[in-house]
Structure formats: structure tokens, C-alpha cells
Design a protein around this ligand. Structure first.
Ligand code: SF4
Length: 461
């Protein structure tokens, strides 16, 4: 969400006449798009801002703007702590950035504007996309849940759904521009439609994406187990371009902790969804998010999480040590777990996750996979040149391209045979064929460095 917002801010600035600077040149404007979900987001922001003091002193015309969730949370506090900042804007009024910059310049005074509710769905803003072959498409913003560890509802507001016609028009436009893959984005994609009372809206949207010619890969992020219905599984399994991949945040395997987290599904339901997804799509790669050390978590609760990890056999898991987010109910709960206990559980969880993901990845050795080559993920070592990308099930694959006369470009699709597995990636030393795409042609056009400094988000749920 944060990364896609950065693309919007970038597009907004360009459409207002700003141009990207080349690397090494001091820009006229620096924008920090902050994410409050990350641990220590505020320390990182204020640390970065203090580094800019000498730059600002040497370049008095330089403007610094702070947006995103941390700006929505800290508001005027930012100007008190860093009075050299020129503009502070919130999550609900990204579109105001160019005007606020202009006003700050004209009035020679810092501007702060935070709105408490969304006025315009942000997808109407111009967007400068980072990639020629893959794109984020927002289907909703905000969240109606109240998970006790999460700051999102307080900063992004309640769920606002975008009309299906608008979403599909944006996807069609992207495909016409050469995009092969879209990721439908929302805090809780399965709840999509709640605003206009259509229970099957998300499954219908997946099916409608399946009819868009030229759209090769559809993904979504993130579903909530509470709202995951069988018609979504059916739509995933029967829509050819919906990829065999599911990222479904679990957070804890313990029913007691899920209740304390105010996540209204239980272990049995979570594992039931996984079973049904696997019977409909046997090759689906299922990944998750897990928090260890939530307040009150006992060793028995932790063992419940380990049990689900063993049963679910995840293809990957983002594992987090619980840490307080000021402003959330969990931050005030008694029984906060000592750091060393959290660390010990985290190490054991990670070892189990890595053991299972290595086993699961090893099962793919010898198999041919289609890899959409990604930008900037190329890896070189002393003997082999590799380019990287995602297989259909979203596994990261490093493809050896050293021997190719005409190597693939970002956006091309490579069919390759898996020769080696590791817990977090696969290696393919044998290319079977390369399919050149229009996105690949476009990726050869040189792009200048952006004007925007972003603090990228980590998936939380
Ligand atoms: S964790 Fe996800 S579902 Fe829960 S409140 Fe936060 S955004 Fe909503």
C-alpha cells in the first residue's frame, strides 16, 4: 500500500511539473512517504531528517515534505521535532501535496494539512509506476477490523471500496500499456464489496479479471481468514490467470491469542481454508505472516503456532517479533512478554519455517517453471550471471543467463528448469525458452532516478 502510494505521489509531482533528478544531484523537493507499521518508523524518520539539516542549510530552497501513516499519526509533532520540515500531509489527502509545497514556498512558512477521512479515492490521482510489467491496483483502502496490534484502522480509516467498473478499466488500461501482472490491493481484499452490500464481489472481480485479454497474472493481497469464502477458492481455481498462490496472514495458531488479537477466526477455520485451497489447487504456494510474543502468549500458545506451521507447510512466512505500536490496544495490555523469551520463540519458529520451506522448495527440483523476470533483482557472482523473478506461484527464482546470446530483459517470461533449492529461493541453471514481451521492450528505455524518497512497507498481516 505504501509503495503504491509512493507511485501516486511520484505521478502527482510529475504531473505538477516536477521532474526527477539524476542520482547525486540535490533535488528541490524530498518527500518521505512513511509507514507506521514498521518497527521504529519514527526513529528512522527523525534520523533521516537530521541527516538533511546540513543539506537544507547549504540549499535553502530545498523543500522537505512528510506524508503517509506516521504523518497522520504524529501530525504537528513532526514540525516540533524537525522545524526544518516544510510540509506535513496525511493519508487521506495525498493529492494536496503540490499545493502545500507551493503554499509553503509562497508564504515562507511550514504547512500542515491532515484530514480525518478520505475525500477522493486515491486511484484517481496520477500514478508513476515503477515497473513496465507489473502493477498494483487498489480495490479498497482502510479496514473495518480492529486487530489489537494494528495501527492501520486508526490511520487509514474504515474500508472504502472502489467500484468494479473503475478497477477493471484501470486493469485494462495497464494491460494496453504492456503490463502482464496485476496485484489487487486492499487491507482486507475478501471484505471487498462490504460497502455496497455484495457478498460475492471479490470472487466476481477475480472472474472478471480472467476475461481481460493479455492479462497473464492476477494476484491479490491480503485476504483475511475471517472473510475467506469458498466462492473465492472456486474463482481462484477456475480463473486461468489467477495465480496458484495465496498469502493468508495467520498471526497466531493459538485460539486464545487470536481472541486477544481480536481476529475472529480460529485455528480450525484457518487450517480448513488451507485444506480447501490445496484440494482445489494442489500446486498452490501458501505463505503467511506470524507474530510471536504477543502479550500473554504462553509456551503452550506458541506450540499451537508451531503446530499450524507444521500442518500448513507454508511456502514462506514473514515472521515478526511482537513489539508495541503506540496507540494500539495491545500496547496497553498486561503480560508483555520479556524480550529474551520473544527472541527465543522467534528463533525456534524461524528454524521450523526454514526447514519446511526448504523441503517444499526441494520438491520442485527438476520441474519447469515460468519466471517473469523482474527489474533490479539480477544477481551476479564470480562464475554465473543470474536474473531473478517470480514463478507463477510467486516463488523467487534466480535464473542463470550467463550463456545466453541475448539474455532476457525485465518483463520477459523465461521457462527454466529448477536445479537447486534454498529456504527462500530457487535456482534454475537451465533455460528452456525465453518469451520476449512488450513489457521487456519497454524496460529497455532508460529511466532516471526518482525525485521521491520512500520508506518502503513490510507486509504486516
Ligand atoms: S491487521 Fe489487517 S485486518 Fe487487522 S486491523 Fe490491521 S489492516 Fe485490518
Amino acid at each position: 500500500m505504501n509503495v503504491h502510494d509512493s507511485e501516486r505521489l511520484s505521478g502527482l509531482l510529475e504531473s505538477s511539473g516536477y521532474t526527477p533528478v539524476v542520482e547525486g544531484v540535490v533535488p528541490d523537493v524530498i518527500v518521505f512517504n512513511t509507514c507506521a507499521v514498521r518497527e521504529n518508523a519514527d526513529n528512522k524518520l527523525y534520523g533521516n531528517l537530521s541527516h538533511l539539516v546540513p543539506v537544507k542549510e547549504a540549499n535553502p530552497g530545498l523543500q522537505i515534505a512528510i506524508g503517509g501513516c506516521l504523518a497522520q499519526k504524529d501530525q504537528g509533532e513532526i514540525l516540533r521535532k524537525a522545524p526544518w520540515v516544510d510540509v506535513v500531509f496525511g493519508t487521506h489527502n495525498m493529492g494536496a501535496l503540490p499545493i502545500l509545497l507551493e503554499r509553503a514556498r509562497f508564504e515562507q512558512e511550514a504547512q500542515i494539512e491532515i484530514k480525518e477521512a478520505l475525500e477522493v479515492f486515491p486511484s484517481t490521482l496520477p500514478t508513476k509506476r515503477d515497473s513496465t510489467y507489473a502493477a498494483w491496483v487498489s480495490i479498497s483502502v482502510g479496514c473495518n477490523n480492529t486487530c489489537t496490534f494494528c495501527i492501520v484502522p486508526a490511520l487509514r480509516g474504515s474500508e472504502k471500496d472502489r467500484r468494479a467498473g473503475e478497477i477493471l478499466a484501470e486493469v485494462e488500461m495497464l494491460v494496453a500499456q504492456g503490463v502482464l501482472e496485476v496485484t489487487l490491493l486492499g487491507q482486507n481484499v475478501n471484505a471487498y464489496g462490504v460497502e455496497f452490500g455484495e457478498r460475492t464481489a471479490f470472487a466476481d472481480l477475480l472472474r472478471a479479471c480472467g476475461k481481460i485479454e493479455g492479462l497473464e497474472r492476477v494476484r491479490f493481497m491480503s485476504p483475511h481468514p475471517k472473510d475467506f469464502t469458498d466462492d473465492v477458492i472456486e474463482a481462484m481455481a477456475t480463473t486461468a490467470n489467477v495465480m496458484p498462490q495465496l498469502h493468508m496472514p495467520m498471526q497466531s495458531g493459538s485460539d486464545r491469542i487470536l481472541q486477544a488479537m481480536r481476529r475472529s477466526y480460529r485455528q480450525e477455520r484457518y487450517l480448513g481454508i488451507i485444506d480447501r485451497v490445496r484440494s482445489a489447487m494442489p500446486h498452490a504456494a501458501i505463505t503467511t505472516d506470524i507474530i510471536v510474543g504477543f502479550p500473554g502468549e504462553t509456551e503452550q500458545d506458541f506450540q499451537e503456532t508451531m503446530h499450524v506451521v507444521r500442518e500448513a507447510r507454508f511456502a514462506g512466512a514473514y515472521t515478526f517479533q511482537y513489539s508495541k505500536r503506540p496507540g494500539t490496544p495491545a500496547a496497553e495490555m498486561p503480560d508483555q512478554i520479556p524480550k529474551e523469551v520473544v527472541q527465543d520463540r522467534y528463533v525456534r519458529l524461524l528454524a521450523l519455517v526454514n526447514e519446511i520451506t526448504l523441503q517444499e522448495n526441494s520438491n520442485l527440483i527438476g520441474r519447469e517453471v515460468d519466471v517473469l523476470i523482474a527489474e533490479g533483482e539480477g544477481r551476479k557472482d564470480s562464475t554465473t550471471e543470474r536474473m531473478s523473478g517470480r514463478a507463477e506461484d510467486s516463488r523467487l527464482v534466480h535464473v542463470a543467463v550467463g550463456g545466453e546470446v541475448s539474455p532476457p530483459r525485465p518483463g520477459d517470461v523465461v521457462t527454466a528448469r529448477i536445479t537447486h533449492a534454498a529456504p527462500h529461493h530457487l535456482v534454475a541453471d537451465e533455460i528452456v525458452r525465453i518469451r520476449r514481451t512488450r513489457a521487456g521492450d519497454l524496460s529497455e528505455v532508460e529511466k532516471p532516478a526518482g525525485v521521491l524518497l520512500g520508506i518502503p512497507a513490510m507486509p504486516l498481516r
